[in-house]
Design a protein around this ligand. Structure first.
Ligand code: CMX
Length: 153
């Protein structure tokens, strides 16, 4: 369990359980996995871990390891995919940041108590058997934020 120290406006310090201490991955929206992969794998030299379709999210993803984190390339599988809409509006680029949590259900309950606007109020299935949930970018300073809980090994 991780603890953080919080300094309140009246300078009182207290500890609270921190929700995460790890950036799990950076999601990057791309038009084509095949076209984008060579830059990350061959130019930057990241370890390519494979591709997977996440039907529930209407994306095909490719993971590349970078230290303890990953880059997740996201390709839409249909015009109604969130990634297709994002690319139509913004072009290719950084789509979301994903932080790892131990207990996603508990994390979502905490955020709801704090009034944080969620896209997903309950965990959904992500890549690699993970459980995932998104926080709305309007609640996070414009950065689409994902929380993810590791799947069974
Ligand atoms: N980052 C930051 N802002 C974003 C965003 C993103 N990735 N996607 C949308 N937005 C912003 C839009 O720019 C728009 O802002 P304005 O109102 O200021 O123009 C606002 O959010 C609403 O966007 P929209 O295009 O009208 O789209 P929707 O409201 O229909 O959906 C969102 C937005 C975030 C709720 C939706 O994209 C979503 O549910 N995302 C989570 C699921 C997802 O992204 N899945 C793909 C990845 C899956 C994976 O990693 O496995």
């Amino acid at each position: 369990m991780n603890f953080i120290r919080i300094l309140t406006p009246d300078s009182q310090i207290f500890s609270e359980v921190s929700m995460t201490n790890k950036l799990n991955h950076i999601g990057i929206a791309v038009r084509s996995l095949e076209a984008s992969l060579p830059f990350y794998r061959d130019v930057l030299g990241m370890a390519f871990e494979g591709t997977e379709e996440v039907a529930e999210q209407k994306v095909r993803v490719a993971f590349l390891a970078i230290g303890e984190s990953r880059v997740e390339l996201l390709e839409a599988t249909g015009p109604d995919s969130a990634v297709a809409k994002f690319i139509e509006k913004n072009g290719e680029g950084v789509h979301h940041l994903a932080y790892e949590v131990d207990d996603l259900g508990a994390a979502l309950a905490t955020l709801q108590r704090q009034g944080v606007r969620l896209v997903d109020e309950t965990p959904r299935r992500g890549a690699h058997g993970t459980l995932i949930a998104f926080l709305h970018p309007k609640a996070t300073g414009g950065v689409l934020t994902e929380l993810c809980q590791a799947g069974d090994p």
